[in-house]
Design a protein around this ligand. Structure first.
Ligand SMILES: [Cu+2]
Length: 119
């Protein structure tokens, strides 16, 4: 009985952590004109949910502060872009989105997740 309670409490805690990591940050939209700094740290891109304008160049400056190999590459799979991020060395990726829609960016393993919304 105690084991069951402990297990349920554990699952609730895991759920809360997952919720906190993914949804609390993903639900905050950052509107960007020309430039945004994205921190790669503690398992999340900050900001992770970025809104940009179509047909307007935007500079995404990735700053990797996570030394784990997981954070080393940022991938925009729908754009066929993948870039290596050097620890603590800002990496600028300049993109112009021609089509409206949503573009995911992730680490190689898909643990870090972010999204560009073009409107
Ligand atoms: Cu990863």
């Amino acid at each position: 009985m105690i084991t069951t309670i402990v297990n349920i409490a554990g699952l609730l805690l895991i759920g809360l952590i997952v919720w906190w990591f993914w949804f609390s940050k993903l639900n905050t939209i950052t509107k960007v004109e020309d430039f945004v700094e994205i921190k790669v740290k503690d398992g999340v891109y900050q900001p992770a949910f970025i809104q940009v304008k179509a047909n307007h160049p935007v500079t995404l400056r990735f700053i990797r502060e996570d030394a784990t190999p997981c954070a080393e590459v940022v991938v925009f799979s729908s754009l066929n872009i993948s870039e290596i991020l050097t620890l603590n060395k800002p990496k600028d990726i300049v993109l112009t989105f021609k089509n409206l829609g949503e573009y995911e960016f992730t680490c190689q393993m898909g643990m870090y997740k972010g999204k560009i919304v073009v409107n």
